[in-house]
Design a protein around this ligand. Structure first.
Ligand code: SF4
Length: 240
């Protein structure tokens, strides 16, 4: 790891009052090529990619977890971002044998049958590929925002990723509102996922995401058959 744990602990409070750009600058100064953005190509990652491009040109890493169940609109915005910012996007795929076994034994929609089955699918298609790429990094950047979920209300701008020992997780937009995200996108003419125009405030895999009604919770369209407290896929866990 490029930076001592004690230094990170001090920085957690120092950076709480800093802007997203300042947090990103600190992160790149601290971790250089050992940091990458995890992008699911929602509006928040559109903002972060534009922000990073403004200060670093194309000199930053972006990876995505291609679960094999993504929406066409997500691939389309990936391609627009790749072309506009001249960046390479590192697609991380699940292990072929694990997906083949899952689909052979439980079919294509086992995730609707129980929380255990849903977590099994997210584990194979998301968590294992994420842990694989994170094992090559010192830190990762996310597009998390507090208002996205009841499970994210106490998340700081940087944190030690305790389950992934020693990793640092950087959340530059954690205190941004949805309006602020969209103001940035419009002002800077940033490409964004067109599913947002169709009532999707949060975008994941196609069979596990749907549009929400006006006034519904931001994450109401994700795994809508589960309780809000359980709506995480295992990518984002932090110490209470
Ligand atoms: S979001 Fe749905 S399809 Fe995607 S990995 Fe999780 S359970 Fe599987």
């Amino acid at each position: 790891m490029a930076i001592a744990t004690e230094e990170i602990s001090r920085k957690i409070s120092d950076l709480q009052s800093k802007s997203a750009e300042e947090v990103l600058k600190w992160a790149f100064d601290a971790f250089g090529s050992g940091i990458a953005l995890a992008s699911s190509f929602q509006c928040e990652e559109s903002v972060l990619i534009d922000m990073m491009h403004k200060t670093r040109g194309s000199d930053f890493r972006v990876f995505t977890l291609d679960t094999g169940r993504m929406n066409e609109e997500t691939y389309e915005v990936m391609e627009r971002m790749r072309e506009k910012y001249r960046i390479s996007i590192e697609s991380q795929f699940p292990e072929r044998e694990a997906v083949e076994k899952l689909e052979k034994e439980k079919g294509l929609f086992s995730f609707r049958q129980s929380i255990e089955n849903r977590k099994e699918c997210c584990g194979i298609r998301k968590v294992v590929p994420l842990n694989r790429v994170l094992s090559t990094l010192d830190a990762w950047i996310t597009g998390l925002r507090k208002e996205q979920s009841v499970t994210r209300t106490d998340t700081p701008k940087i944190e030690l990723d305790v389950p992934r020992k020693g990793m640092v997780k950087v959340n530059p937009l954690i205190d941004w509102s949805s309006d602020r995200v969209w103001d940035y996108i419009k002002k800077n003419q940033v490409p964004y996922n067109k599913l947002h125009d169709q009532g999707y405030p949060s975008i994941g895999c196609a069979p596990c995401t749907r549009a929400v009604q006006k006034g519904e919770d931001i994450r109401a369209g994700r795994w809508w058959w589960e309780n809000p407290e359980q709506k995480e896929c295992g990518l984002h866990t932090h110490q209470k």
